[in-house]
Design a binder for this molecule. Structure first.
Ligand code: AMP
Ligand code: MG
Length: 344
């Protein structure tokens, strides 16, 4: 298949290119597009064949449900049974990186929800995503636009590398601001359960919800046969091809471990900015200042892809703390590392 590549600047949106991409979606095709979290691989959310095409293009198991992207929070009425807490959350966090699970309506085929009777809804804030969904005039089912098993794409070139030739079109809109996927919650009255941590933190959710529970799969390894609340959590995502090991210890202990390791083995290292001059290894990747969690989130997936390009036997990274935005970093890294943590 010949994939059409549109280069669109988020600052100056080319309406005719958006219209062309929207027409591809309306006629059952697939278009990858940037959002403020990561790139999404979109198809018409009301078309069961589009969902099948998405699963095929990604190589994704079809029991892993897709998030439906909407142009405004009120569009949820077309696809889901809403409630008062949904609208309070929408007022606080939409458009933005928050996905809410609600009971689904029949407009959404069960192929989109992996057979579940709930649907995940998100209203993105990225100007290209908003323009595209509005122009399509229908909800857009979109998982992250990577091949299953590789890190989510935070740059257009990542999508091109993974999906060129497999889908109808790719909108390259540059770098995604946040770089990690959306926060996903389910609701029970005004209690939220965090199924996937992201840029909307549990502290932020507490401004609207009475209580925020954290689903066990966010931080823990699931035992065999255990069913997570969010089906995607059972898959080993974002895995680089060399094994990733997370280092837990105080900053000096981690640094001296890395000193020794880089002399002894061919390792890639995801390090903090202040460590770059101290380590001086050709396989270092600077993921940002130690305390700048937003910068680290922005850099993480590109760093994992880059580490894959180094010909190394092992990759080391710091084990993030679990508070605030750190929980999202922890969740992505612990899964990429298949829960391999070394205390030093
Ligand atoms: P991605 O599309 O790659 O960002 O992944 C979407 C995530 O949303 C997956 O981990 C899914 O398991 C989760 N998800 C989507 N729909 C639902 C749903 N109805 N209930 C629970 N989790 C969902
Ligand atoms: Mg994904």
């Amino acid at each position: 298949m010949n994939t059409k590549i549109f280069e669109i600047s988020p600052e100056q949106i080319d309406r005719s290119a958006i219209e062309e991409a929207a027409e591809i979606l309306r006629s059952g095709g697939l278009v990858a597009f940037p959002t403020e979290t990561v790139y999404g691989l979109g198809g018409n959310a009301t078309d069961e064949n589009a969902a099948a095409k998405i699963y095929a293009a990604k190589g994704r198991p079809s029991d892993n449900p897709l998030i439906v992207h909407i142009a405004s929070p009120e569009d949820a009425e077309r696809y889901a049974v809403t409630n008062e807490v949904y609208y309070r959350l929408a007022k606080a966090f939409m458009p933005g990186p928050l996905t809410i699970i609600l009971p689904k309506k029949d407009t959404i085929p069960s192929t989109v929800t992996g057979g579940l009777d709930t649907v995940a809804l998100r209203c993105p804030s990225h100007p290209i995503a908003r323009a595209l969904i509005e122009a399509a005039g229908v909800g857009i089912a979109a998982p992250s636009a990577n091949r299953s098993g590789s890190p989510s794409p935070s740059l257009g070139e990542h999508v091109i590398r993974d999906l060129d030739g497999r889908i109808d079109a790719i909108i390259d809109g540059g770098s995604c601001e946040i770089g990690l996927e959306s926060t996903i919650i389910s609701l029970d009255g005004s209690t939220a359960t965090l199924l996937r941590p992201g840029a909307i933190t549990s502290d932020a959710l507490l401004c609207v919800c009475n209580e925020v529970k954290i689903a066990p799969a966010v931080t823990e390894m699931l035992s065999e046969n255990e069913r997570p609340l969010s089906p995607g959590m059972k898959y080993r995502h974002y895995a680089p091809s060399a094994p990733l090991v997370l280092l837990d210890g105080d900053p000096d202990a981690v640094l001296s471990f890395l000193y020794r390791a880089q002399n002894a083995e061919r390792c890639g290292i995801l390090c903090y900015h202040d460590e770059v001059d101290l380590l001086r290894n050709e396989r270092l990747i600077d993921i940002g200042e130690r305390d700048d969690l937003a910068a680290q989130a922005h850099a993480l997936f590109a760093a994992l892809r880059k580490a894959d390009d180094f010909d190394c036997d092992i990759i080391y990274a710091h084990l993030p703390k679990k508070d605030g935005m750190g929980l999202a970093l922890y969740n992505r890294l612990i899964r990429a590392a298949a829960h391999t943590v070394l205390s030093v």
